[in-house]
Write a protein that binds this ligand. Structure first.
Ligand SMILES: Cc1cc2nc3c(=O)[nH]c(=O)nc-3n(C[C@H](O)[C@H](O)[C@H](O)COP(=O)(O)OP(=O)(O)OC[C@H]3O[C@@H](n4cnc5c(N)ncnc54)[C@H](O)[C@@H]3O)c2cc1C
Length: 374
C-alpha cells in the first residue's frame, strides 16, 4: 500500500513539503483553514533571491528552489521573470561595500558584475542618475507573482502529483498518525505542520520554548501612468544592511553607523526598500520590519511615507500611483537558524520559521527535511 502523508497549511512551505513527499512516493493530503492561501506566501515581493543567501548550503538551497520554481512555471505555463537584481549605491560607503561584495561573490562563483552609472542609464533608465555611484548586478534572481504563483503551485501539485487539497479545513488537533478538523479525523503515516504565523495554535508549548519572534511588514503596490518595464528588481543601499550574505563586506559596519546616524527612523522600523515588477507591470514596493508577538492591526502611513521617500531617492517613481497597501506577518528564528524543524510527536513534524526567505528557500529546505525523516 502507498505511504500516506498529511500537510497542514497551503502556504509555500506546506506546498513545498507536499511536493517533496509526493516526489518520494507518498499519497499527500493538504488541509488548509482558508478557502485559498492568503498568508505571507501571497503577500510578498515574489523574489526568489539567491543573492541574499550566504555561500554554501543556503545559496545552494536557494538555487535549487529557483530551478523548482522554473519547472513549475513551465509546467503551468505561468509567468516568471529571470530579472536578476541590482543594488545601487549613492554614497561612497555604499559603493565601497558593493566593491567588497563583488570580490567576495566572484570568489564564490556567483554571476555578478559592477555597473557604472552610464551602463545603468542604458540598461535601467528608471534608476535615478543624480549622485549615482554605480550598482552591483546579479543574474541569479527571479520574480514570480505571488498572488498567482502560490495558487498555481497547488494546481500543479493536484494535476501532476495527485495531491488532494481540503480547503476551509482548520486542523484543531494533531497526534501520532492523525489530524482532527471538525468532526473529520484523517489518518496518515507522516504529518507535517506548516502553519506559518499560526504555529502557537497547534503547538503552544513548543512555540513558547522556541527562539522565535514574529515580524510584521508593510508593503505597497504601485502602477506607472504608462506601463514600462524596469527590467530588473532594484534595491537601495538600506538593503545592504538586511541580508546575511552581505555581512561579509568588511566596511558594512561603517555603512551601518552612517545610516544609523543619518536615518534613525529607518533603523527603528527596519525599513529597507526594494521594488519588483510583475507581468501586468505593477510594482511591489516595501518594506518595514517590526518585531513582536502581537501587532497593531493598523498600518502606519508614516512608515509607508518613509518607504516612498527612500524609493524616490533611487527610482524615478514620482509619477507612480499607489494602488494597494497591506501587511504580512512571518515567524523568524532569533538564534540565527534559517528554519525550524522538529518532531514534537512521533511521525509529526513542524517546518516553519523561514522568515523573509520562504519564497527563496522552501522547495530546497522542504526536500532536504523530508528526505531526512522518511
Ligand atoms: C511582506 C512580505 C514580503 C516577503 N518577501 C519575500 C520575498 O520576496 N522572497 C522570499 O523569499 N520571501 C519573502 N517573504 C517571506 C515568505 O513570504 C515567507 O517566508 C513564506 O511565505 C512563509 O510561508 P508559510 O507557508 O510558512 O506561511 P503562510 O504563507 O502564512 O502559510 C501558512 C498557512 O497555514 C495555514 N494554517 C495555519 N494554521 C492552520 C490550521 N490549524 N489548519 C489549517 N491550516 C492552517 C494558514 O491559513 C496559511 O495559509 C516575505 C514575507 C512577507 C510577509
Amino acid at each position: 500500500m502507498k505511504k500516506t502523508a498529511i500537510v497542514v497549511g497551503a502556504g509555500i512551505v506546506g506546498l513545498a513539503t507536499a511536493k517533496a513527499l509526493a516526489n518520494n512516493g507518498y499519497k499527500v493530503t493538504v488541509l488548509e483553514k482558508t478557502e485559498k492561501a492568503v498568508g505571507a506566501s501571497i503577500r510578498n515581493f515574489g523574489m526568489v533571491w539567491p543573492i541574499g543567501q550566504p555561500d554554501g548550503e543556503l545559496y545552494q538551497l536557494a538555487k535549487k528552489s529557483a530551478s523548482v520554481w522554473k519547472n513549475i512555471c513551465d509546467g503551468m505555463g505561468m509567468w516568471f521573470n529571470q530579472s536578476g537584481s541590482l543594488h545601487v549605491a549613492y554614497s561612497k560607503e555604499e559603493w565601497i561595500v558593493l566593491n567588497e561584495l563583488l570580490v567576495q561573490f566572484e570568489k564564490e562563483g556567483r554571476p555578478v558584475s559592477l555597473l557604472t552609472p552610464s551602463q545603468i542609464a542604458v540598461k535601467f533608465p528608471h534608476v535615478k542618475q543624480a549622485q549615482l555611484m554605480g550598482g552591483l548586478y546579479s543574474s541569479d534572481e527571479m520574480i514570480v507573482d505571488p498572488r498567482i504563483a502560490v495558487a498555481n503551485v497547488s494546481e500543479y501539485l493536484k494535476e501532476f502529483s495527485a495531491v488532494e487539497f481540503l480547503w476551509n479545513h482548520t486542523v484543531q488537533e494533531v497526534g501520532n498518525g492523525y489530524v482532527k478538523s471538525g468532526h473529520l479525523v484523517l489518518n496518515a503515516d507522516k504529518i507535517f505542520v506548516c502553519s506559518g504565523p499560526d504555529i502557537e495554535t497547534l503547538f503552544p508549548a513548543e512555540f513558547n520554548a522556541l527562539p522565535i519572534v514574529k515580524c510584521k511588514l508593510q508593503m505597497m503596490r504601485m502602477v506607472m501612468p504608462i506601463h514600462r518595464s524596469i527590467s530588473t528588481s532594484v534595491c537601495g543601499g538600506l538593503s545592504l544592511l538586511h541580508y546575511n550574505s552581505f555581512k561579509q563586506a568588511p566596511s558594512l559596519p561603517l555603512l551601518r553607523e552612517k545610516i544609523s546616524a543619518e536615518m534613525p527612523e529607518y533603523i527603528q522600523y527596519g525599513i529597507h526598500v526594494m521594488v519588483s515588477q510583475h507581468e501586468a507591470g505593477e510594482l511591489t514596493v516595501g518594506d518595514s520590519h517590526e518585531y513582536g508577538f502581537t501587532f497593531d492591526p493598523f498600518d502606519q502611513q508614516h512608515i509607508n511615507d518613509l518607504i516612498l521617500s527612500y524609493l524616490n531617492r533611487f527610482m524615478n517613481a514620482e509619477s507612480w500611483q499607489l494602488k494597494a497597501t497591506w501587511n504580512g506577518v512571518y515567524p523568524k528564528m532569533t538564534d540565527g537558524s534559517s528554519w525550524y524543524f522538529s518532531e514534537p510527536i512521533n511521525d509529526v513534524y513542524i517546518l516553519n520559521g523561514l522568515g523573509g526567505a520562504g519564497m527563496t528557500l522552501s522547495f530546497g529546505v522542504a526536500e532536504k527535511m523530508v528526505e531526512e525523516v522518511i
